[in-house]
Every structure is written in C-alpha cells, then in structure tokens.
Design a protein around this ligand. Structure first.
Ligand code: BTN
Length: 149
C-alpha cells in the first residue's frame, strides 16, 4: 500500500504531460498575426472546409483597406492534433489574391499558433511584368481572446 502513492503520483504526472502535448489546435475563432492583421475563421464542415474574413493591416496598393472574404480547408478533420491547412483571400479592395498554407501548432505553453507561408499575386497589365507580380512571405498568427468587460 505504501508504494502505491508514489506510483499513482508518477502516473498522474505522466498523464497530465501527455494531455498537454496532445491538446488539439483548432482553426475556428479570431486570430492576429505579426503584422497586426486580424482574421476570423468560421466552423469547419464535415469535409474540413471553412470560410471567414480577413482584415489586413497592410497593403501593397494605395487603396483603402476593406475586410475581405477567405475560403479554405483543413487536412483530414479531427484525425490529427496539429493539422495542416490552406486558405485563399480574395481581396475586395485590389485585384490581388493571396494563398496561405500552414500548420496549426500547440506550443510548449499550450498556446495555439498558426505558422504560415503566403503568396500574394498582384495583377499586372502586361505579361512582360509577370516576373514581378508575386510576393512571398511568412506570417505567425496567435489566437485573439474575447475581452471581458
Ligand atoms: C493587396 O495589397 O493587394 C491586398 C492585401 C495584401 C495583404 C498581405 S497578404 C500577406 C501579408 N499578410 C498580411 O496579413 N497582409 C499581407
């Protein structure tokens, strides 16, 4: 009986550590990235598809920024705890399109983080300008939590 207590203690610590590392990363919700851009992702359907909106903090144009729709999908819904995903933003205030691809991680502190890479395609008038029409970059998103009043 005396040895049971330390065994149970070790067992519960191991289970807790496992529980932390197995925490699922969920795409649904509000996110902010390293540029200060915000996005909202809606619920995923059975196929892992989702829609949402994107409010960029920056633009490659001189146009006034407008909130723009996004559409994407997550790989194999519910089967992995840190899923890969992709989405497209169809900018309402420019002729451009951005595609993002990334993975939803849970970091060492149990915080969700989206690591992404993107391609921003701008429209050019002439095929001769095609070489300079695509920008590439990375963005890291963290979850925006609801503010209590
Ligand atoms: C445009 O300038 O034509 C549309 C806006 C592009 C904003 C880009 S998309 C990649 C990067 N990440 C952001 O949050 N905003 C910029």
């Amino acid at each position: 009986m005396v040895q049971v207590t330390p065994f149970l203690l070790v067992l519960s610590l191991a289970l807790m550590a496992h529980g932390l590392s197995e925490r699922k990363c969920m795409l649904t919700g509000r996110w902010i990235n390293d540029l200060g851009s915000n996005m909202t992702i809606g619920d995923l359907n059975r196929k892992g598809e989702f829609a949402g909106s994107y409010h960029t903090a920056v633009t490659a144009t001189t146009n006034d920024i407008q909130v723009s729709p996004l559409q994407g999908s997550q790989h194999r819904t519910n089967q992995k705890s840190q899923p890969t995903f992709g989405f497209t933003v169809n900018w309402k205030f420019s002729d451009s399109i951005t595609v993002f691809t990334g993975q939803c991680f849970v970091d060492d502190e149990g915080k969700e983080v989206l690591k992404t890479m993107w391609l921003l395609r701008s429209r050019v008038d002439n095929i001769k300008d095609d070489w300079k029409a695509t920008r590439v970059g990375t963005n890291t998103f963290t979850r925006l939590h609801m503010q209590k009043e």
